[in-house]
Design a binder for this molecule. Structure first.
Ligand code: AMP
Ligand code: GLY
Length: 425
């Protein structure tokens, strides 16, 4: 069986690694892939911003299954286009992916279906924003409506700065071309939880829970990034809470999308804030999280391909996901300067030694192969991931592996998992 994975990050490396474990899979193609993926699968160039290019590639390769990693191809409608051509593809249609691609749509949907989320207002211009802001108390969250790769969220300490933030968004480049909207939200307080589920449009199967670390600096300081590390343990979510989230958030979302004529098939990633009043939806993503996937898939014992096929074929109810007990953690090694500007092209050494540490997988995010040598090519370079019986051991293994790895300007947070460890202490 041939599987095509669209994407080029750590998530796609982890997907390729998990897919390859299935005995039925004989050929893994990743487009465009990266330096780490190229060492374990066939990588082909493709422009993920071009629907035509992705369709052409899929028609040439004719994979039995295509897995779409990032949000952009989903929002362009790559799933619709491949399905029209008779190809099997895992991911939501363009209409269903609006749960991620439009925050205004997601908020309206949550309200229509009485799914817990913070108060909000969608504004089409600065005048509307000024009016809406009268109803909010600081801190106030101001967001660009469309996909903004984590850069479109501003937390403001006063109405005045919130209005300035909204004005900045209206006059800047982060808003989409067609629907230029800004979403104003109530600030929610608590621990964040990434609750990802597989769904076939009807049934929902939760993945192992995870917690991301979005800020660049230790102690959760500094600017937001795509994610600097993540951990997953069973203890972070007890059975009762898991059931509650399924019943009040994940299942009503899947039911609601089907009821509105846009069934959601793929990964429904519920970004939750565990507030004093209970879990509230911060945002949805319509895909596997990055770097959540790296840690989650290290804990998956049953076959990934089989589970994804069950989603595509509408028989998830029959599928069984089995998870390794214990924990997994992923620590991201980034280029100095990220999430601002940074240099690339530096050789990465020590990857073989790191991979020898038990339970460790080094997933590449921003790397390239140049004359046989792996070099840095992005802001987030590696996701050093480890599984073990406990979170402390998983973290120890990941950090031990990082000791072996070197590239110029390598930076990583030394406090991944700190909240969970502190709670235990
Ligand atoms: P988003 O792109 O919507 O996931 O937002 C990125 C990050 O901003 C989230 O992971 C939160 O840390 C923070 N954030 C977003 N919305 C809120 C909110 N309403 N209250 C508090 N923090 C938020
Ligand atoms: N880790 C957050 C995301 O994938 O959006």
């Amino acid at each position: 069986m041939k599987v095509l994975i669209l994407g080029s990050g750590g998530r796609e490396h982890a997907l390729a690694w998990a897919v390859k474990r299935s005995a039925r899979v004989t050929d893994v193609v990743c487009a465009p892939g990266n330096g780490g993926i190229a060492r374990m699968a066939r990588c082909l160039p493709v422009d993920l911003k071009s629907l035509d290019a992705m369709v052409r590639l899929a028609e040439e390769e004719r994979p039995e299954l295509t897995i779409v990693g990032p949000e952009l191809p989903l929002s362009l409608g790559v799933v619709d286009a491949l399905k029209q051509r008779g190809l099997r593809v895992f991911g939501p249609t363009r209409a269903a992916a609006m749960l991620e691609s439009s925050k205004g749509f997601a908020k309206g949907f949550l309200q229509r279906h009485q799914i817990p989320t913070g108060n909000y207002a969608v504004c089409a211009n600065a005048h509307e924003a000024a009016k809406a802001l009268e109803l909010f108390h600081p801190p106030i969250v101001v967001k660009a409506d469309g996909l903004a790769a984590g850069k479109g969220v501003l937390i403001c300490e006063s109405r005045h700065t919130a209005l300035e933030a909204a004005q900045g968004l209206f006059s800047g480049k982060l808003l989409g071309e067609t629907e230029r909207q800004v979403v104003i939200e109530e600030f929610l307080e608590g621990d964040e939880l990434s609750f990802l589920c597989l769904t076939d449009g009807k049934h929902v199967a939760p993945l192992a829970p995870a917690q991301d670390h979005k800020r660049i600096g230790e102690g959760d300081t500094g600017p937001n990034t795509g994610g600097m590390g993540v951990y997953s343990t069973d203890e972070m979510l007890d059975e009762g809470m898991k059931e509650w989230i399924l019943r009040h958030i994940a299942e009503p979302t899947v039911r609601g999308m089907a009821g509105e004529g846009t069934p959601f098939v793929g990964v429904l990633y519920c970004g939750l804030m565990m507030t004093a009043k209970g879990p509230q939806v911060l945002e949805f993503n319509a895909r596997f999280g990055d770097p959540e996937t790296q840690a989650i898939l290290l804990r998956l014992e049953s076959g990934l391909v089989e589970a994804l096929e069950a989603c595509v074929d509408g028989r998830l109810a029959e599928a069984e996901l089995r998870w390794a007990p214990g924990a997994a953690a992923c620590v991201v090694a980034s280029s100095r300067g990220y999430p601002g500007s940074y240099k690339t092209g530096f050789p990465i050494t020590g990857l073989e030694l790191a991979a020898k540490i038990p339970g460790v997988q080094v997933f590449h995010a921003g790397s390239a192969l140049k004359d046989g040598q792996v070099v840095t090519s992005g802001g987030r370079v590696l996701g050093v991931t480890a599984a073990a019986a406990s979170l402390q051991e998983a973290l120890d293994r990941a950090y031990q592996a990082l000791e072996e790895i070197h590239f110029e300007g390598m930076y990583y947070r030394r406090d991944i998992g700190h909240r969970a460890l502190r709670r235990k202490a």
